[in-house]
Design a protein around this ligand. Structure first.
Ligand code: ARG
Length: 837
């Protein structure tokens, strides 16, 4: 039907011309063609300049006209010697303020003149405030003309900071003796829109905090804030106080690139002293509340010309500094609770706390963190070099959904550290003592101190998290004894999946103990393993080796330049493995910026918890299938959602409406709606076997990513999701077999099931394009209406990857009938070829 219509349009365009007309037409044609070519060239050049010079550097100023110079602003504070502090310095209209500011501004000018590059572009410095200490807050502006844009990157934070730090150590003796001396300085790149002159009048406020709470709000509140609102509130308090600012109402636009509130532990918009940057809508149950570490704080609000929202209402007051600094302590009771400083407010910057828990000799301590959020931009959660909690020599940071630890003795120390920049909600923890001889009355005691139901012991699943529930089991006659002490069903032997975790279930598969078994069953000497040479036909002898450069097999990650990396799950793991770094390219995916703290057997998801989840509505029927966001233009779903047996209209893009950023079906007006331009089911989709049950949807208009809309990471074809791994399935499908659809998005944790087991229980209806996930005991599963939705797994690198697409099942959540999903790794190549993603 489609192709017939296409034919008709073509024919209408055919026009027959006589020869004279033809040559005139030809001349005009040439001229037009040249003009068009010139225009295209110009456009390409303009785009290239934009792309390479403006785009990455400063996303907020990208819309700047191409012919304008590029502006870079740096901001920070200087600690001064030789200045007597008095209140006059706080008054920006006083002579003393003006004189001191002028001196410092010219001093900064001199510093920049020492650098042959910076001096060319330096425009001005402005001192915006002073505070006790004595600290002076400033910003400096540089303008790089279009002609020099290719060296814009050299005017960097690092260069400016190095120059300033060097300059203050070699200040001329004349200056340091009878004038101001700068003893230390901070400087960071800042959004130019935050640089305000102290004389600015519009939306620039100086407030004084005291015991009684006072309010301020964003412009226009409670109606919508006007476009181009650039506001600042400088708040001060008496020396012995800190300032607390909380936001009972907070609703700014969802995309932090457009509109945001940034709060600083400084009077300058200095990123190195930032407390937090927030956008989006916060529920009243989880209000934003921050505290300064000193007696000053700066609230900055930037709103551009995007969708305006009501804004915020803020309340500020002092709290005694002693109360802020008070943290940690000694605990001797059998049970207790402790939290990060000022919890549930954000903890302050620059804190160090220590809790010492001491229980009766002979007892041990179990600690559980019910809430753990120490997230900071640009932090590697495996190193935790910024804010962290340390327990028994190990640091924890980032966001953890559960953390339980046990002591080795009757004493346990927990320390907390926050650095100078960025804070978060922190943690809340509970501890209890237990007797090592009977740690879990009536339950099984895991080695990590957790207690689990006794019937989870020796069931083949790692329920404790440290496999201790599966160790020391007496393996049954139908079980295999792994070398590491685990028992696994015998039918998992030699099925190419490493079920024991130590490879022992795949080792002696018709090969001698000192032999390596290739994927095709051929036995070779063990020495072939990881010797940088491909000995097995399928390359399995070099798979998952730390170093086997350039050997390619189906187990390798293939870099864009053709190089192969033989490391498990090399993509987006924050380590550059490919020489062209392509394994870490396109990794802006799989994160949940807004996560604040049925499916059958699932539970309600929080708003923004699964930002890649999409609801597909068919005509006027409402929700029918799920999908996932894989880029701003493409969604991934199941082919069977669009199949003709449903009705021919299911293949028509116009029949569908997609909703992203949605949580409750009753509130679709809060979601981002997009129509569908193209539906591409997999060409090999088989209606009868459900093989290749995957489809791609091209959107008619790109999505705007936000706190609640984000793409999921797609795994490379060599990515491994091992059996037993816990993953999550989400959707608005029915809450039980034959039941009603859910209104609130549901989430359920399901486990990856070994392929052999899956084949057995599903009576060989499983192809290599399918995978099983769920529980053989039943009870938790996807169901009707979840189809097309994602099965996602969290990788240690801190990102979520999509392992499967909800495809089919026998009933829902039945015993020995797990959910069947389309295996994304197997179809990764097709996705790439079809969408470029
Ligand atoms: N085919 C179903 C749908 O259209 C999804 C079934 C998933 N079933 C299961 N037991 N996991 O929504």
């Amino acid at each position: 039907m489609n192709s017939a219509r296409y034919h008709g349009t073509n024919q209408e365009r055919v026009v027959f011309l006589n020869s004279k007309e033809k040559s005139a037409q030809k001349r005009t044609g040439i001229v037009v063609a040249i003009l068009v070519a010139l225009l295209v060239l110009l456009a390409v050049a303009a785009f290239l300049i934009w792309f390479f010079v403006f785009k990455d550097d400063d996303p907020k100023n990208t819309h700047s006209m191409l012919l304008n110079p590029k502006v870079k602003v740096f901001s920070g504070h200087m600690k001064l010697d030789g200045v007597n502090y008095d209140e006059e310095l706080e008054d920006t209209t006083s002579q003393k303020f003006k004189d001191s500011a002028e001196k410092l501004e010219s001093l900064l000018g001199e510093y920049y003149n020492n650098d042959p590059l910076l001096t060319n572009y330096y425009k001005e410095s402005v001192v915006t405030a002073f505070s006790e200490g004595v600290l002076a807050y400033y910003w400096s502006r540089f303008e790089i003309p279009v002609a020099d844009l290719e060296i814009a990157a050299e005017v960097s934070e690092e260069r400016v900071l190095n120059l300033l730090e060097e300059a203050i150590t070699i200040q001329s003796p004349k200056r340091s003796v009878n004038d101001i001396k700068v003893t230390s300085i901070t400087c960071s790149f800042t959004d130019g829109r935050m640089a305000r002159k102290p004389t600015a009048e519009d939306c620039f406020y100086r407030l004084e905090a005291d015991e009684a709470a006072k309010n301020f709000s964003s412009p226009g509140y409670p109606d919508r804030y006007p476009p181009k609102s650039y506001c600042q509130w400088q708040i001060r308090a008496a020396r012995e106080n800190a300032i607390s600012v909380s936001f009972p109402v907070f609703h700014v636009e969802d995309d932090c690139k457009d509109d945001f509130v940034q709060i600083f532990d400084s009077l300058s918009p200095d990123d190195s002293q930032a407390i937090t940057l927030q956008c989006g809508k916060r529920p009243s149950s989880n209000p934003l509340s921050v505290v300064s570490s000193g007696n000053i704080i700066l609230i900055s609000f930037i709103a551009d010309n995007s969708v305006q929202q009501p804004g915020f209402e803020a309340e500020y007051k002092v709290i005694p500094k002693a109360q802020v600094l008070q943290c940690g302590g000694d605990y001797t009771a059998n049970t207790g609770k402790f939290t990060s400083p000022l919890y549930p407010s954000f903890y302050p910057n620059a804190m160090d706390c220590k809790w010492t828990i001491r229980v009766s000799p002979g007892e041990k301590i179990r600690v559980r963190f019910n809430m753990f959020r120490l997230k900071e931009p640009k932090v590697d959660v495996r190193k935790c070099h910024k804010d962290y909690v340390e327990v028994m020599g190990k640091r924890y940071c980032g966001e953890l959904s559960s953390l339980s630890l046990t002591s080795t003795t009757n004493v346990l120390e927990v320390t907390f550290h926050s650095d100078e920049s960025y804070t978060d909600k922190g943690f809340s923890a509970e501890y209890s003592s237990y007797s090592p001889s009977n740690p879990c009355p009536g339950e099984f005691a895991c080695n990590n101190g957790m207690c689990i139901s006794t019937n989870l012991r020796c069931d083949g699943w790692n329920d404790c998290g440290d496999t201790s529930d599966e160790k020391g089991c007496k393996c049954g006659s139908d079980q295999f004894n792994c070398s590491n002490g685990l028992c696994k069903p015998k039918m998992w032997l030699c099925d190419h999946s490493n079920d024991c975790g130590d490879g022992s279930d795949e080792k002696h598969c018709s090969c001698e103990p000192n032999e390596w078994r290739c994927g095709n069953g051929i036995c070779l000497d063990q020495s072939v393993r990881c010797d940088n040479k491909r000995d097995c036909e399928d390359g399995s002898d070099e798979a998952s080796c730390e170093s086997s450069p350039d050997l390619c097999s189906i187990y390798s990650f293939k870099c864009t330049n053709g190089q192969c990396v033989n490391k498990v799950n090399a993509e987006c793991d924050r380590v550059n493995d490919c020489s062209d770094d392509s394994d870490e390219a396109f990794c802006d995916c799989g994160t949940r910026p807004f996560k604040l703290n049925r499916i059958v057997g699932g539970q309600n998801a929080e708003h923004g918890e699964w930002p890649w989840q999409v609801s597909l509505h068919f005509q006027t029927m409402g929700h029918v299938c799920g999908a996932s966001v894989i880029s701003d233009k493409w969604l991934l779903s199941a082919a069977h959602c669009f199949q003709v047996p449903r009705s021919p209209a299911h293949l028509e893009p116009a029949s569908w409406t997609t909703y992203s950023g949605l949580q409750t079906q009753q509130q679709i007006w809060d979601a981002l709606m997009r129509k569908v331009k193209r539906i591409i089911p997999h060409p090999d989709y088989n209606l009868f076997t459900n093989d290749y049950d995957i489809a791609l949807l091209e959107l008619s208009e790109p999505l705007e990513f936000s706190n609640t809309i984000q793409p999921i990471c797609l795994p490379s074809s060599s990515h491994v999701f091992p059996a037993g791994m816990s993953c999550w399935v989400t959707g608005w499908g029915t809450l039980r077999e034959g039941g009603n659809l859910a209104t609130v998005l549901q989430k359920a944790s399901v486990k990856m099931i070994n392929d052999t087991v899956c084949e057995q229980v599903m009576q060989s209806m499983i192809t290599s394009r399918m995978l099983c996930s769920g529980f053989l005991s039943g009870g938790v599963d996807a169901c009707q209406g979840d189809s097309g939705g994602p099965l996602v797994c969290f990788e240690e690198s801190g990102k979520w990857f999509q392992a499967g697409v909800v495809s089919w099942g026998e009933g829902c959540a039945r015993r020995n009938k797990p959910g069947i999903y389309t295996r994304v790794t197997k179809l990764r190549k097709w996705i790439k070829e079809t969408t470029g993603v």
